[in-house]
Write a protein of this length. Structure first.
Length: 405
């Protein structure tokens, strides 16, 4: 809503809300001001600093990010330091990056080393400080090698933290590539379980170091798809485009949608857009299941070469043949129109937007509330849009209060 208000020129509404403590309005105004030279930057900081002064991370992060973007690193360090001193993980991470950018490797080690039990900070320590003469000290600080949870969604798992990727990256940054490859290779399959993250990292490592033969010999049952992608990337970097196309084409020809996706991207990068569209059209028809990711790339390629109408026609034909969610079809068409710089017409509007105002008011859904608010802004009625959303929020709060009682 804030982005839409700004787009339609309702800046007074945003300024009033920002002065009353609305973060989203302040941030949007600051983003617009920050590109307007020194005066604009001063305005941006004036808008954001009251929020950052509370110690709230999103505001601190935004202010420090702007200062770093403007190469005012010392000021960014001052902004981050209080939260970092309190142990805030992401403030520590960003502070360490700034210190490394200034060449203060000793300070990076002193800051992150005692906190290396936190895998996120250990990874940052390795990336920022490895290869700068402190490797033996860093190695002693890192957690031991251990294989982690087998459940890829297991954020709640009690299994050991997976530190294999961390140690492999540390070895690579020290120039000990063979040891890194060996470590990952021994941990692609552990006790009958294939670790996709290890397989992918190994394939990328081999590709970065030009180990073509090892990529080609990658075991078929241990993440071969990652080796295929890494090998195709290596061939492209070496300007061996026909070989890369043939490699991905063989796999795509067996019905592998991921290989087809990669092949289409490769073809499009080299101006072979018609071939890319043909590849994606074929796999969209045969992949089965949810093919929206295939369709989005196909449409993007068509739009890039000025064939937005062909993209719209293809979407319509595809949903006619396969059925599916009408709203998803409408969203796809709307995305094509926007990306090609055209207004979204009524027929291409998502289902919520195509309904009458009164239907949207009575819908009781979040999508309906947002759709009506957007419509009101486009009509030049921002205050009504805000009042509508506020009423909706008040209604939610009433229900919550009743449930709590």
């Amino acid at each position: 809503m804030v982005a839409l208000l700004h787009e339609h020129g309702h800046h007074d509404v945003l300024r009033q809300a920002a002065s009353g403590g609305d973060w989203f309005c302040a941030r949007r105004l600051a983003e617009a001001a920050s590109g307007a030279g020194p005066d604009g930057r001063a305005t941006a900081l004036a808008l954001l600093e009251p929020f950052a002064a509370t110690g709230w991370w999103p505001a601190v992060d935004t202010v420090a990010g702007l200062l770093a973007e403007w190469e005012r690193d010392d000021e960014a360090v001052v902004v981050l330091r209080p939260l970092a001193d309190s142990g805030h993980r992401y403030a520590l991470r960003d502070l360490a990056r700034l210190l490394a950018r200034q060449g203060h490797v000793d300070q990076v080690v002193a800051l992150l080393g005692p906190r290396a039990a936190d895998l996120t900070l250990a990874e940052e320590l390795v990336e920022l400080a490895a290869g700068h003469g402190r490797d033996a000290e860093i190695a002693a600080l890192l957690p031991d090698v251990g294989t982690g949870a087998t459940d890829q969604f297991g954020f709640w798992s009690s299994d050991a933290v997976d530190t294999v990727p961390l140690h492999a990256r540390f070895l690579e940054l020290q120039g000990r590539t063979d040891e890194a490859i060996d470590l990952l290779g021994r941990h692609v399959r552990v006790e009958g379980v294939v670790y996709a993250d290890h397989a992918e990292q190994l394939a990328r490592l081999l590709g970065r170091h030009g180990r073509e033969a090892e990529l080609r010999a990658f075991p078929t049952d241990e993440g071969e798809e990652y080796a295929l992608a890494a090998l195709a990337e290596l061939l492209e970097e070496q300007d061996r485009i026909p070989e890369a196309v043939a490699l991905l084409g063989r796999s795509a020809g067996t019905g592998n949608p991921h290989a087809a996706f990669g092949l289409a991207e490769l073809l499009a990068r080299h101006g072979r857009h018609d071939e890319a569209v043909e590849v994606l059209s074929t796999v969209a028809e045969t992949a089965g299941g949810d093919s929206d990711w295939i369709l989005h790339l196909l449409c993007r390629i068509l739009v890039d070469v000025g064939r937005a109408d062909d993209a719209l026609t293809y979407i319509g034909d595809y949903f006619t043949r396969h059925g599916g969610n009408h709203q998803e079809e409408a969203f796809m068409k709307a995305a094509v129109l926007r990306s090609s710089g055209r207004a979204v017409d009524a027929e291409a509007e998502p289902g919520e937007l195509a309904r009458s105002d009164e239907e949207l008011r009575r819908s009781g859904t979040v999508d309906g509330a947002i759709a009506l608010a957007e419509r009101l802004v486009r009509r030049g009625e921002p205050q009504q849009a805000i009042a509508h959303l506020r009423d909706r929020l008040d209604g939610v709060n009433v229900v919550r209060g009743q449930n709590l009682r």
